[in-house]
Design a protein around this ligand. Structure first.
Ligand code: FEO
Length: 171
């Protein structure tokens, strides 16, 4: 049995994950328009991952017999002046998401909701990876992004990313 507080936080996370997908699609569109197809690809795949995260929260709530309420997804309102901007915003955004996951975990812990804690364990680990990848993108861009030839190679590297389904599955 999930408490109302934990249920509401889990439900809110559905929206937060869909917003992340929306934000990363916006990044992807920006790079596509700029001719950086590799970065566009990287964020398109990232958006798919975020959608997967949202679906996992939906499935988990449904497994617990809880109704899911879908709220409106905010419009991404970021403005990008330089190619590095979405990368830095992405790194910052992942830290916000980590904080949200930690808050759900803390609420579940307080209520001895071990099942939800176990479900969230995957996300705690995932967030460490997400932050690491986002920070890597910023670091690499700072190192090589100012030179057009290196940027071309960086973009090609980003194009090599392929989608993989999440390792967490819920029946
Ligand atoms: Fe679903 Fe990037 O966190």
């Amino acid at each position: 049995m999930v408490s109302k507080k934990v249920k509401d936080l889990l439900n809110n996370q559905v929206n937060a994950e869909f917003y992340s997908a929306y934000l990363y699609l916006d990044f992807s569109n920006y790079y596509k328009d700029a001719g950086l197809d590799g970065y566009a690809n990287w964020y398109m795949i990232q958006a798919q991952e975020e959608r997967d995260h949202a679906m996992l929260f939906i499935q988990y709530l449904q497994q617990q017999g809880e109704a899911v309420v879908l709220e409106a997804i905010d419009k991404p309102d970021k403005e990008y002046k330089e190619f590095i901007d979405p990368l830095e915003m992405g790194a910052e955004h992942e830290r916000v998401v980590t904080d949200l996951i930690n808050k759900i975990y803390a609420a579940a812990y307080e209520e001895h909701d071990f099942r939800t804690m176990q479900f969230l364990d995957w996300f705690v680990k995932e967030q460490a990876e997400e932050e690491d990848n986002a920070d890597d993108n910023v670091t690499k861009f700072k190192l090589f992004g100012s030179d057009s030839r290196s940027l071309y190679e960086l973009d090609a590297e980003m194009k090599a990313r392929v989608y993989t389904a999440p390792s967490l599955t819920l029946d």
